[in-house]
Ligand binder design. Structure first.
Ligand SMILES: NC(=O)C1=CN([C@@H]2O[C@H](COP(=O)(O)OP(=O)(O)OC[C@H]3O[C@@H](n4cnc5c(N)ncnc54)[C@H](OP(=O)(O)O)[C@@H]3O)[C@@H](O)[C@H]2O)[C@@H](O)CC1
Ligand SMILES: Nc1ncnc2c1ncn2[C@@H]1O[C@H](COP(=O)(O)OP(=O)(O)O)[C@@H](O)[C@H]1O
Ligand SMILES: [K+]
Length: 499
């Protein structure tokens, strides 16, 4: 499924009409009918419906919905919130059908905000532009202040479809019935909450007319199709020889988690490059792990011998490495001394900030896995700006430096060096604990060694991580007590679903 911006949604609509012979009013009928059927499934009791209808096509969907709910014998109050002259085109067409069906438009009164009422917000859709003007500003405020159940058609009124919105006032929906395809704002930290629960409803726009948005949502089906099976003839040398570099004397745990996650995710041979002092504390609990030395001073990794990179299929650097400036040379050696797949995370990203020109010159494939804060630092932006524009900032950064980017968060955005994007949404708030990122790094080290397509490697690795968090919560832990090592111990829960 593709993620769309408003302009792309309009293009899909336009093409469906102009090149595929669909009439606009039929598309609107389909949208309103599909949503009405879902409303009737979600609210199957004695509820009354208060439908608020705006002047654009979102309001047009509202006329269809109000008619169908009335046809089904439901108690409906339908309010056109704008003057008659604002209703045009397909919306006017459906307004006329509504009226010819013998149904009336009501005027809003205080009694309409009765307890047993569901507000259906069909005021503004993806055409919203700028701060809300009357009467929408007051109506949105009134809807939000009421205790009634609120459902929005396509998008909560007032919320922009695209990333980048700074100040907006929007309906806080309990459920949003998204028309055809998810909009960018469904995946942004500051806007996703307005959607409430959401469902994407196929209103029958021809798939062949869909624009190529270059951004898709990763699905379980995509994982099943692209996750490589282990051939019966496999041996340890064919399943990836990985190297994890990190874990100074103050943060050995990060290295342990990454290495263990890589092994459990299925790597053939995993080696850790770290300060020798911590090896005795790691080795007994992780006998599968091999070790190699580094150059160190006072428990700080100050360099690596490029010889340890020989024969490795993938290298991950940064976990628990620390920010001592003396460690920067490790990242520098990797950028210039490796040709294979290199993943840079955590403190590795901190050091990378001063090495961006070497990054640009690197020919091998590089993966960066920043969270929002690390991304802001890498591209010299405020955190708030990255939160508002994660799609476009990721795309320009990935293209400029020729890297794959995994911008982590509740919705993780994966960007290829060519600017293609994937949104991966598995996981839950239980992952907001130190160490979750280290586990992800270990998993990605393995997947990037086992997939030929880097995009699939990263998308599948993020899925493995997030889906395991979901399954652990279903089976044993809760979002309160789950810890990152639970993920490592339960990767099998997700692998089983992929068999
Ligand atoms: N494939 C598709 O695309 C399909 C789309 N469909 C549906 O159409 C919806 C998009 O419809 P749309 O383009 O008519 O936009 P929409 O948001 O209803 O109204 C915009 C109007 O509102 C106004 N207005 C704008 N900003 C404002 C503000 N700040 N404050 C106050 N008023 C403001 C402005 O009018 P003005 O007041 O300027 O005359 C503007 O013209 C989409 O979300 C989906 O539900 C389905 O039916 C079928 C398939
Ligand atoms: N609220 C959340 N919902 C879903 N996933 C989350 C949430 N919070 C964090 N995550 C995931 O957990 C991981 C956290 O990584 P990171 O911030 O680097 O953690 P750390 O460095 O502390 O180990 C990422 O994969 C991120 O997508
Ligand atoms: K709406």
């Amino acid at each position: 499924m593709q993620v769309v911006r408003a302009e792309e949604m309009y293009e899909w609509d336009r093409k469906a009409i102009e090149a595929y012979g669909r009439e606009g009013h039929i598309l609107m009928e389909n949208a309103g009918r599909t949503i009405a059927e879902q409303v009737l499934r979600d609210f199957s009791g004695e509820e009354k419906f208060l439908v608020l209808i705006g002047g654009g096509n979102n309001g047009g969907d509202g006329f269809v919905l109000a008619r169908i709910l009335r046809d089904k014998g439901k108690s409906v109050t339908a309010i056109q919130v704008v003057p008659d002259e604002k209703i045009k085109g397909d919306a006017q067409y459906h307004k006329e059908i509504y009226e010819q069906s013998g149904y009336v438009l009501d005027s809003l009164s205080e009694e309409d905000w009765d307890r047993n009422t569901v507000v259906i917000d069909a005021m503004l859709g993806i055409g919203v532009d700028g701060p809300l003007r009357p009467p929408f500003d007051e109506l949105v405020e009134k809807v939000n202040a009421s205790y009634l159940a609120k459902v929005s058609v396509d998008i909560p009124s007032g919320l922009p479809a695209d990333e980048g919105a700074e100040d907006f006032q929007a309906v806080q929906a309990d459920i949003t019935y998204i028309v055809q395809a998810p909009k960018q704002s469904l995946y942004l930290d500051d806007t996703r909450g307005f959607y409430g629960e959401w469902r994407i409803l196929d209103i029958g726009l021809p798939p062949a007319a869909s624009p190529e948005t270059g951004c898709r949502v990763w699905s379980e089906e995509a994982v099943r199709e692209s996750y490589p099976a282990i051939p019966a003839s496999a041996h340890k040398g064919t399943r990836g020889k990985g190297l994890v570099i990190g874990g100074g004397h103050m943060m050995p745990g990060a290295l342990i988690m990454a290495a263990k996650a890589s092994i459990r995710a299925g790597a053939g041979l995993t080696t850790a490059a770290t300060v020798p002092a911590i090896v005795p504390s790691i080795a007994p609990s992780l006998p599968e792990l091999m070790f190699t030395g580094v150059t160190e001073t006072d428990g700080v990794i100050t360099d690596i011998d490029a010889g340890i990179l020989g024969g490795k299929d993938g290298v991950a650097v940064g976990v628990g490495m620390g920010r001592d400036p003396r460690s920067q040379s490790v990242v520098e050696t990797l950028l210039t001394g490796t040709e294979g797949r290199l993943l840079i995370d955590a403190d590795g990203l901190y050091h990378l900030k001063d090495l961006l020109s070497s990054l640009k010159e690197r020919e091998g494939e590089t993966v960066l896995t920043p969270h929002i804060g690390e991304m802001a630092r890498l591209c010299d932006k405020e955190i708030a700006e990255v939160k508002r524009n994660p799609f476009s900032l990721s795309k320009s950064f990935a293209r400029e430096y020729g890297v794959s980017l995994v911008l982590k968060g509740p919705a993780t955005i994966i960007t290829t060096p060519g600017g293609e994007q994937v949104v991966e949404t598995s996981g839950n708030e239980g992952l907001s604990k130190g160490g979750s990122g280290d586990v992800l790094t270990g998993i990605l080290l393995t997947t990037m060694m086992q997939h030929s397509s880097m995009k699939e490697a990263l998308s599948n690795g993020c899925f493995l991580h997030g889906r395991t968090a979901e399954l652990v919560i279903e089976r044993t832990r809760t979002v309160y007590d789950i810890v990152p090592t639970d993920l490592i111990d339960h990767l099998s829960l997700t692998f089983r679903t992929m068999e």
